[in-house]
Design a protein around this ligand. Structure first.
Ligand code: SF4
Ligand code: SF4
Length: 270
């Protein structure tokens, strides 16, 4: 995202809207400026504010005159008064920032909005994770923090060493040059995004090792990591995951299952 210096009147309204703190008012030039390295192209500033088309020269003159008399001339807080916020044409690799940060843009790889495949919520229908297996969603980043693919790769490479299986329809997997080693394309490693979800599957007995590896790496990467683990209950409604998580020191809760909302990929003949 860019801010047109000819239009901006430095009202500061867009600064509070940016979830990454990437916009600041440069006192030297008296204009808002976007830190291009921190901007994740989420489009919150462009879409989240109303636009007026006031003459910037006139607005600056009024604001300057108002300051002389110690009162302020400010637009309403949700308005860019001069329509100064300008989207750029995003080329590769910067375009991946928007794919992982703007919820209104679908991933080219999966054609769906959102960062994962949502299959963990629909496992009763898809049976992607079966008895004796564990499905993980490993989420990197948050608004205000973000993440870079370089840090995601540190974790995916370590998980690949444990022999995990990456979900093929996941957007992060689609950016891997070598899924067997968890390695991402080299040209995206420096790109910053709001957040991403890695989806993996393991044997149930591998759960403690996977959790410990993620916890260790979580202290080294420059982002926050959240992890969800799921399995399929047996016919009695029991599962051995809960005890496993509790022995590792985590509270375990029965989660939500959206029955009937998934794609039928496996039919249970029983
Ligand atoms: S809201 Fe518009 S005019 Fe105000 S600082 Fe941001 S870009 Fe400049
Ligand atoms: S596109 Fe998003 S991250 Fe970039 S400046 Fe606008 S609000 Fe901030």
């Amino acid at each position: 995202m860019k801010i047109d210096p000819d239009k901006c009147v430095a009202c500061g309204n867009c600064v509070a809207v940016c979830p990454m703190g990437a916009i600041h008012i440069d006192p030297e030039v008296g204009r808002a400026v976007v830190d291009q390295d921190e901007c994740v192209e989420c489009f919150a500033c462009y879409r989240g504010m109303s636009k007026e088309h006031l003459n910037p020269v006139m607005v600056r003159a009024i604001r300057k005159t108002a300051r002389l008399f110690r009162f302020r001339f400010d637009p309403e807080p949700d308005i860019c008064p001069t329509d100064a916020i300008v989207p750029q044409d995003l080329a590769w690799p910067r375009i991946v920032r928007r794919a992982f940060s703007d919820p209104q843009v679908p991933h080219e790889s999966t054609g769906i909005h959102g960062r994962g495949t949502a299959e963990v919520k629909t496992n009763d229908v898809t049976a992607r994770v079966n008895e004796g297996e564990a499905g993980f969603v490993v989420e990197f980043g948050r608004p205000g923090v973000g993440t870079r693919f370089r840090d995601i790769e540190r974790v995916t490479a370590a998980l690949a060493e444990l022999g995990v299986e990456f979900e093929t329809n996941n957007p992060v997997t689609s950016l891997m040059r070598d899924p067997s080693r968890g390695l991402l394309r080299g040209d995206i490693l420096g790109e910053k995004i709001l957040s991403a979800i890695v989806e993996i599957k393991t044997k149930l007995e591998q759960v403690p090792a996977v959790l410990r590896r993620i916890k260790d790496l979580g202290r080294e990467v420059d982002t926050v990591i959240s992890v969800g683990v799921s399995t399929r209950c047996d016919t009695e409604g029991n599962d051995s995951l809960r005890g496993m998580l509790e022995r590792e020191g985590y509270a375990a809760y029965r989660g939500k299952t959206n029955l009937g909302l998934g794609r039928v990929t496996v039919r249970n003949e029983a």
